[in-house]
Design a protein around this ligand. Structure first.
Ligand SMILES: Cc1ncc(COP(=O)(O)O)c(C=O)c1O
Length: 404
């Protein structure tokens, strides 16, 4: 049939996050004040000096195509920031800047994976990892981790998942959705296993600047320089500088991978927006006061969110070390009355919990099933403390009402 959609789309799961958002928007349109804890972006504005610099860039005529993989000034800024903040050296030829980290990961999938390839992804995972692997016809191999293990994959689990078909592994530290992060020794133990298996090691470090309680982020490329010809680090300004809409993220990889990304990007989007690139230069080279302040604020909010969630009967939440998500066990809410499901209806799974929370407490959050962890719900704490506390009270009231 000439008007049929490509078969590859049939294996891609629709996003539960979008379904939740649609429902939340529907409520908002009716004038309901929704606690938007489903979103994955800081509520802060980018640093003022970044905005000023971007405005100046517009006035000075930075309006043309640039080199596909980014302008030299941005690559220089990334080289210096990586050395300073991630602890490893790279050169401009190791960098491809794309339209956000998601775009770079997608281009990597196009450049690296083929049908028959396996890509190891520890669960809970960021929703896009397995879908990007599937879209290009490769197979995600999901390695389940548990809350008891701190949501971290052990070296033995990794060893068991490796096969001759393993083309790559995607690690995310700190993690979306769990906020867990591998300490240096833990990362080194995983890299020791990977040293004996010739595959790409993709490490998404987009939340690396948002770690709390003095936790020290451990970059894979800094720990195992001998594996630098296989390590691909993903980073960007979306989270650290509250610049989600500017769409700037990058890969740091061996030059032949960068050339492949250049090819893919050159035939699709070309360069990321020229003004956004200038804004990213300003973010990376300017003062880091706003980042430090945002980190301190997130840590306080995390504590309010985690304590609050633990005070809701039926919800249990560990304290995450990074990112801005609380990943809570909501199985204690199963069995509560949920009349919207029909007469005698009860909450039976994490999706029910998420939709029920939205309807009964006006709290939008994302069910864990979408991240490969049913039984849990992800709450973003990128919100003012007062909002978080108000939402917790609304949840408590909803639980109380559902019991009676
Ligand atoms: C783990 C992870 N990687 C990558 C991204 C994408 O970031 P960007 O906005 O730079 O595309 C996100 C955004 O939610 C994320 O959570």
């Amino acid at each position: 049939m000439p008007n049929k959609l490509a078969l590859r789309l049939s294996v891609v799961a629709p996003s539960i996050t979008l379904a939740m958002n649609a429902k939340a928007q529907e409520l908002r349109a009716q004038g309901v004040d929704v606690f938007a804890f489903g979103v994955g972006e800081p509520d802060f504005e980018p640093p003022q000096h970044v905005l000023e610099f971007a405005k100046k860039a517009i006035d000075s005529g930075v309006s043309k195509y640039t080199a596909v993989t980014g302008v030299p000034a941005l690559k220089k800024a990334i080289v210096e920031a990586t050395e300073k903040r991630r602890g490893f050296s790279c050169k401009p030829e190791n960098i491809c800047v794309g339209v956000g980290a998601k775009h770079v990961l997608f281009n990597l999938a196009v450049a690296l994976y083929e049908p028959g390839d396996e890509v190891i992804i520890p669960a809970p995972y960021w929703v896009s990892y397995p879908e990007q692997v599937r879209i290009v016809g490769a197979t995600p191999v999901i390695v389940e981790t548990t809350e008891e293990s701190g949501w971290k994959m052990s070296p033995a689990q990794l060893q068991n998942a490796l096969t001759p078909k393993t083309k790559a592994i995607i690690l995310c530290t700190p993690s979306n959705p769990t906020g867990a992060a591998y300490a240096e020794g833990e990362m080194k133990a995983l890299l020791d296993v990977l040293a004996n298996h010739d595959c790409f090691i993709i490490v998404d470090e987009i939340y690396a600047d948002l770690v709390y309680d003095g936790f020290k982020h451990a970059s894979a490329a800094a720990i195992a320089p001998q594996l630098q010809d296989r390590i691909i680090t993903i980073d960007g300004v979306s989270k650290s500088f509250a610049m989600t809409g500017w769409r700037i993220g990058w890969a740091i990889a061996p030059p032949h991978i960068i050339k492949a990304l250049d090819l893919v990007q050159g035939q699709s989007t070309t360069n990321p927006a020229s003004i956004s690139q200038q804004a990213a230069v300003a973010a990376l080279t300017g003062p880091l006061d706003d980042l430090a302040a945002m980190r301190a604020t997130f840590q306080k909010r995390r504590d309010v969110m985690v304590a609050g969630l633990n005070s809701v009967p039926g919800i249990r939440c560990r304290t995450p070390v990074g990112a801005f998500y609380a990943f809570a066990d909501v199985r204690g809410l199963y069995g509560l009355s949920y009349p919207k499901k029909g007469p005698g209806g009860k909450i039976e799974n994490d999706e029910d919990v998420a939709f029920w929370l939205l309807e009964a407490a006006r709290v939008a959050a994302v069910p864990g099933g979408g991240f490969g962890a049913p039984g849990y719900v992800r709450f973003s704490y990128a919100h003012a403390e007062a909002r978080i506390m108000a939402a917790i009270e609304a949840m408590k009231a909803a639980v109380q009402a559902a019991k009676t």
